[in-house]
Design a binder for this molecule. Structure first.
Ligand SMILES: O=C(O)CCC(=O)C(=O)O
Ligand SMILES: [Fe+2]
Length: 227
């Protein structure tokens, strides 16, 4: 086959692959959008919050939630003890839905236990509570600290659907959840992208730096310690 024909075949094949990849990605985004929205409203409903209580402002009060689809690739690393796939962090989202390939790597931090593995389970996805859900629920849902380790021999992939509020919408604790005994723990965050910028500057300390009060449990511990 001539070089010209080979180049044409390669070009045509690439276009076919791009077409299939884009249509699968589009379908995936649509489904995950529906799933994230349902999960978000179910989580809020469990706190007694309805869609009426969280009207995203907009020209007609009909602003749509936003999302970012992220593809992560963690090449095999001969010295996994000297490298980190993804440093410990919380997600700047309402919720994030992770699809992991068959390789372990994701770990979650739990107070008192430390880091534990979240192994891939065939047919299952991982749902992370993000910082904006933490703020919206006034700390009822706690955003999860997690990290990713690299594998010595196997390449790991993950697909993360980051689900957040419409952009340009301020996020603050839902007023219905607040009372004299449950004051707002966070001031309004201007909007999703601004929060992401703040986080980039303050690294892991963005949420803690916004917090207006210490959790009551911590105060009790401090009080007991000083007795
Ligand atoms: O790769 C994973 O399992 C998690 C990725 C992640 O935490 C992220 O992209 O924020
Ligand atoms: Fe994450």
């Amino acid at each position: 086959m001539s070089n010209g024909k080979q180049a044409y075949l390669c070009f045509a094949l690439t276009n076919v692959l791009i077409f299939f990849f884009s249509s699968i990605t589009e379908e995936y985004e649509k489904e995950l959008g529906r799933l994230s929205s349902r999960l978000t409203w179910i989580m809020l409903a469990s706190l007694g919050i309805s869609k009426e209580d969280v009207k995203w402002p907009g020209p007609k009060g009909d602003n749509q939630e936003a999302h970012v689809l992220q593809l992560n690739s963690y090449p095999a690393c001969p010295h996994p003890d000297r490298a980190m796939g993804l440093v410990p962090h919380t997600d700047s989202t309402l919720v994030s839905i992770i699809h992991q390939s068959k390789i372990c790597g994701l770990q979650v931090f739990q107070e008192g236990t430390g880091w534990f593995r979240v192994p891939p389970v065939p047919g299952a996805m991982v749902v992370n509570v993000g910082d904006l859900m933490h703020i919206l629920s006034n700390g009822s849902y706690v955003s999860v600290l997690h990290r990713v380790l690299v594998n010595q021999t196997q390449h790991r992939l993950s697909v993360v659907y980051n689900y957040g509020p419409p952009d340009n919408v301020p996020i603050s604790p839902i007023p219905k959840l607040l009372s004299a005994s449950h004051p707002a723990l966070y001031p309004p965050v201007t909007n999703w992208s601004e929060y992401v910028d703040t986080k980039a500057k303050l690294k892991g300390k963005a949420l803690a730096s916004l917090r207006l009060y210490e959790p009551l449990t911590k105060l009790i511990v401090l009080f007991r310690r000083s007795e």
